[in-house]
Design a protein around this ligand. Structure first.
Ligand code: NJP
Length: 235
């Protein structure tokens, strides 16, 4: 088993939802967590709990991604883990999507994942170890009505992470992709915690446990892909 104690882990999209739960669980396992998001107040509240670092950054900006890595190295001297979780989505008929909404979804889910991976990979390569975990979606593996933009972005993110997995494995770096079904978060401007969602959705902590599971795999094991659903969700 890989011990997470003192591992330096960057978690994007950590201000709420899945990312927040991942940051809290990794901190509980003894990791040094660098929480990344645009919402300063939520990050401050979180880092008070994790005793880690909170960095306000927009993953769609290359300069921000580079700053996150630079500040992590300045603060902790190294980095071991990247959890690429920041993501957005909205659902509509194709002709009702604006091109700016398309760009927002692709910039965050695809370009944001690309920029964060691009910023960390040279450092992981230099140390010949490290682990990148991508939070994808089960819709990276199926199409659905009103998912033209979000679904396409998750297919693209998945393909990128799959290629990267093959590219960096010879350098001792693991890439794991997690494919959740419905999760009760703030995604697409929803409010978590309803009695209905409790029956139909996974909790953010379920995904955090999945992240912990892939990260704790022994050094000779890589969990390439992990899909999880609520038992009530058709797949
Ligand atoms: O959503 P939500 P989730 N730069 O809205 C951050 C995937 N997923 O936890 O910047 C930096 O509660 C945002 O922070 P802020 C989904 O595709 C979900 O559900 O402060 N951060 C917040 O912390 C996504 O990849 C479901 O606004 C940015 C976080 O992202 C991941 O799970 C199902 C950012 C979003 O928190 C987490 O989403 C599934 C930026 N430019 C996959 N833009 C589901 N919920 O059902 C956003 O299959 N963030």
């Amino acid at each position: 088993m890989t011990d997470l104690t003192d591992q330096v882990a960057i978690v994007t999209g950590a201000s709420r939802g899945i990312g927040r739960a991942v940051a809290l669980l990794l901190a509980l396992q003894g990791a040094k967590v660098v929480a990344v998001a645009r919402s300063e107040e939520e990050l401050a509240e979180l880092t008070h709990k994790t005793q880690g670092l909170g960095l306000v950054a927009d993953v769609t900006m290359e300069s921000d991604a580079l700053q996150v890595v630079e500040n992590t190295l300045l603060h902790y001297g190294r980095l071991d883990i990247l959890v690429c979780n920041a993501g957005v989505g909205s659902f509509n008929e194709l002709e009702n999507f604006t091109s700016s909404e398309w760009d927002r979804i692709f910039d965050t889910n695809v370009k944001g994942t690309f920029l964060m991976c691009k910023a960390v990979v040279p450092h992981l390569k230099a140390r010949r170890k490290g682990h990148i975990v991508g939070i994808s979606s089960d819709v990276a593996r199926r199409t659905f009505v009103h998912g033209t933009a979000y679904g396409a972005s998750k297919f693209a993110q998945d393909a990128m992470l799959g290629s990267l997995r093959k590219e960096v494995r010879p350098h001792g770096i693991k890439v794991s992709t997690i494919y959740p079904g419905l999760v009760d978060t703030y995604f697409n401007d929803t409010k978590p915690g309803s009695a209905e969602a409790e029956k139909t959705h996974l909790r953010p902590s379920d995904i955090a446990q999945a992240v912990r599971y892939v990260l704790e795999a022994p050094p000779h094991v890589v969990v390439d892909e992990l899909m999880l659903h609520p038992t009530t969700q058709e797949w």
